[in-house]
Design a protein. Structure first.
Ligand SMILES: NC(=O)c1ccc[n+]([C@@H]2O[C@H](COP(=O)([O-])OP(=O)(O)OC[C@H]3O[C@@H](n4cnc5c(N)ncnc54)[C@H](O)[C@@H]3O)[C@@H](O)[C@H]2O)c1
Length: 332
């Protein structure tokens, strides 16, 4: 580990960002989070608010003056703030693109000007409609028509990657780019279309568990703690600079099997119902059959491999959801 650092996390009140903040504070670093709380929440960082090494800025990454002060203060920036979630992006297409393109440009520009290291959060969505069953970082990006709003998220994140790499080449910006595959764990909300929290919450309330399409699409899930360990390892490794890494779990499961597993583990009486994509997301929605990463690149550089199995992940998410339900009913 390098010495104690000053670390800025954009989107640090979100799901991944708040777990990252916990881990960095635990290592003795000073952490400043900027978040506009659009999808994140103060509850996620409530446990850190009294820590003298932690500060929170309620604001947007679009505010260049605030960002400039934060970028000057920081040694390293983890840029996680983004409009996230298929449903959120479909409901807020313009805001999503502004934050995901212009917001990232602001972060990169300030980091380059102040000579700060940046970790840029990208996504497995950038592989788009590529039909491979496993993705390596050099795989083609295959996106759909611009009339299909879904692709704007992938396109914006792909542009972020191009921008990050261009800043690295032309302005010597030390940037590390990571493509997160489905990352899951406590604090993730199901409100914006995230599959595991939605399935778990429906199962716990004995509500129908909605499986989109035929349910045979394969996805893989990585525990947030594993992802946080993986990205911290990359940021500490000088050889990661200027590179793009997949981070995820190479073991896949179909969405139908996931629904069956969650139903069983929660002892739920829910029905598992198949919903056509058009009904869930509107006409013309396109989805991928496979979304599983090849993680040999990060493994070879840092030794990273996920440690928490899907069953353990689900146990933790179910426990978290049960505890949140008790809070919601005032029984805790
Ligand atoms: N969770 C996943 O499976 C996954 C997969 C692929 C990529 N990612 C990427 O990882 C990052 C973190 O995602 P997450 O899952 O923690 O989602 P999240 O929604 O919990 O976190 C995003 C955070 O950014 C904040 N934010 C949004 N716009 C902002 C703005 N303009 N200024 C300041 N803060 C803003 C939100 O309030 C939220 O706290 C994102 O960049 C996302 O694209 C996540």
């Amino acid at each position: 580990m390098r010495g104690k650092e000053k670390i800025l996390i954009t989107g640090g009140a979100g799901f991944i960002g708040s777990h990252l903040a916990d881990a960095l504070i635990k290592e003795g670093h000073k952490v400043n989070v900027i978040d506009d709380l659009s999808t994140g929440s103060m509850e996620n960082v409530a446990g850190l608010m009294d820590n003298e090494n932690f500060s929170f800025t309620h604001g947007t990454i679009m505010d260049e003056l605030t960002m400039e002060k934060l970028a000057e203060w920081a040694d390293t920036i983890y840029h996680l703030a983004a409009a996230v979630g298929v449903k959120y992006v479909l409901d807020n297409p313009l805001k999503s693109m502004e934050v995901n393109v212009k917001g990232t440009e602001i972060v990169l520009e300030l980091a380059a000007r102040n000579r700060k290291k940046v970790l840029l959060a990208s996504t497995s969505e950038v592989y788009g409609k590529n039909t491979s069953s496993v993705f390596t970082e050099t795989a083609d990006i295959v996106l759909g028509a611009t009339k299909t709003t879904r692709w704007s998220y992938a396109c914006a994140k792909a542009l972020d990657e191009f921008l990050g790499l261009a800043y690295a080449r032309e302005k010597a910006l030390p940037v590390v780019i990571v493509r997160f595959f489905n990352t899951v764990g406590p604090r993730q909300t199901g409100r914006y279309g995230m599959v595991i929290p939605r399935f778990v919450s429906n199962a716990l309330f004995d509500l129908p568990i909605p499986v989109h399409g035929d349910g045979k699409q394969t996805r893989s899930f990585t525990y947030v703690g594993d992802v946080v360990r993986g990205i911290m390892g990359l940021v500490n490794d000088p050889k990661a600079v200027g590179e793009v890494f997949n981070i995820g779990n190479p073991e896949g499961i179909t969405i139908e099997d996931l629904a069956i597993k969650i139903k069983k583990m929660t002892g739920s009486r829910s029905d598992i119902v198949k919903i056509p994509y058009a009904q869930a997301y509107g006409e013309g929605f396109e989805d991928m059959r496979y979304r599983v990463p090849d993680i040999s690149k990060i493994h070879e550089l840092t030794g990273f491999a996920p440690r928490i199995s899907l069953d353990e992940i689900l146990e933790r998410v179910i426990e978290f959801a049960r505890a949140s339900m008790l809070v919601g009913t005032g029984k805790k």
